[in-house]
Write a protein that binds this ligand. Structure first.
Ligand code: KG4
Ligand code: ZN
Length: 367
């Protein structure tokens, strides 16, 4: 059993001493806690210190982009090894930017799933080591719950219930967030995630890694209506991006064969803009349908693709047309970071939950 409720009887475990139990009780009672969180699920080594769930004292992110760039994508083994090198300095940076020492920390949180298994294990084991050495409560955090929680850091008044659209390199999911810890799946991608489709199309366009932001930049100078790619609007609240991705790549190859020369910047920009238009429309149409279906009056966007301006603008319009409020994270919290993990961890700890040190990392998505 990985999780235990401190509010239930007989909850002592060999992993935690009485001081750790008392510390967790105080945290739950007072709702006050300084949490040190670690995130290493993919290609960012991140550590952050967050007070009382929403007040970010530091948010240190070490990006591995330069390491993976020449391979055109993330190389898992390199990512894990680099996390091992960077974890110590990044945690130190988070503490010093917060002007705190390890002894000021009340609890430790770390992403435990989903992600690259080797990468997850580095951060999770580091966090468990700190928890054991300092006798602090420890909690493993779901990466998607973390992305949703990123919005709490920017928007002090935001509270459940709301509809959350998570759009990242690994996820295209739509959730009914009933409470801080009750997150119910309404729909998910049946194939590629939207960020994955951005990355694959960007690679075909010769833009390299990371593809999403580069494709968005190229699309700025293109015509979003130049090419009518297929829109996948069936399947209820589920998404599908692989048909769109394949249609774009086929279009690109056909145009290249026809031209018998490299495509011009304007032609590439039209393809990028037309792809982005269709991907964004699918996300907006599903969000609109989910708002109607649930009757919820707040729409929240989360995940790396929330950095995309066309998406945020069009989701805002979608929400307004449905008389709903719209929230999305600010730039430090769109991509992977540890402040969002601290925030999600805080709300889990408040329920009295905490994890034992045998908690394992999991590559697979639980939703
Ligand atoms: O949340 P994230 O940092 O990592 C995962 O949990 O997957 O998301 C990364 C994804 C990548 O696929 C990246 O290309 C995409 O987010 N992304 C974007 C933009 N910025 C990042 N996609 C479209 N437009 C952007 N501006
Ligand atoms: Zn992420």
């Amino acid at each position: 059993m990985h999780t235990m409720n401190i509010l239930s009887a007989n909850n002592a475990t060999s992993s935690y001493d009485a001081a750790a139990q008392a510390r967790l009780f105080r945290l739950v009672e007072s709702r006050r806690a300084t949490i040190l969180a670690i995130e290493t699920s993919c290609d960012e080594t991140a550590a952050a210190v967050v007070r009382d769930g929403r007040s970010v004292l530091s948010n240190a992110v070490y990006s591995q982009i330069p390491l993976h760039e020449r391979f055109g994508g993330v190389v898992p083994e390199l990512a894990s090894r680099n996390h091992v090198d960077q974890l110590g300095p990044t945690v130190q940076r988070a503490l010093s930017e917060a002007h705190l020492a390890l002894t000021d920390v009340d609890a430790i949180a770390a992403t435990s799933h989903p992600g690259l298994i080797g990468a997850l294990l580095t951060g999770l084991n580091y966090a468990k080591g700190l928890s054991l050495a300092l006798s602090l409560p420890f909690i493993g955090v779901d990466h998607i719950a973390g992305h949703i929680a990123a919005n709490y850091l920017d928007h002090p008044d935001l509270a459940p219930p709301f509809l959350a659209l998570v759009a990242s390199g690994g996820h295209s999911h739509i959730f009914h967030v009933a409470s801080y810890t009750d997150i119910r799946l309404l729909g998910r991608t049946r194939d590629d995630a939207v960020g994955e489709a951005f990355d694959k199309v960007a690679r075909a366009l010769g833009l390299g890694y990371p593809g999403g932001p580069k494709l968005e930049r190229l699309a700025l100078s293109g015509d979003p209506h130049a090419i009518g790619f297929p829109l996948s609007l069936q399947a209820g609240l589920d998404f599908s991006f692989s048909g769109l991705k394949t249609a774009v790549i086929n279009q690109l190859h056909t145009a290249q064969q026809r031209e018998k020369a490299p495509l011009s910047h304007a032609q590439l920009a039209d393809i990028a803009a037309s792809f982005q238009h269709c991907a964004v429309r699918q996300l907006c149409e599903k969000a609109r349908a989910a708002l109607k279906q649930t009757g919820l009056s707040t729409l929240v966007l989360a995940g790396g693709v929330s950095a995309n301006r066309t998406l945020t603008q069009q989701l805002l319009e979608t929400a307004q047309n449905e008389n709903a409020l719209f929230f999305s994270p600010s730039p430090p919290y769109t991509g992977d970071n540890a402040a969002m993990i601290a925030c999600a961890g805080y709300y889990s700890l408040l329920t009295g939950r905490r994890d034992c040190l045998d908690l394992n990392a999991e590559a697979r998505n639980r939703y």
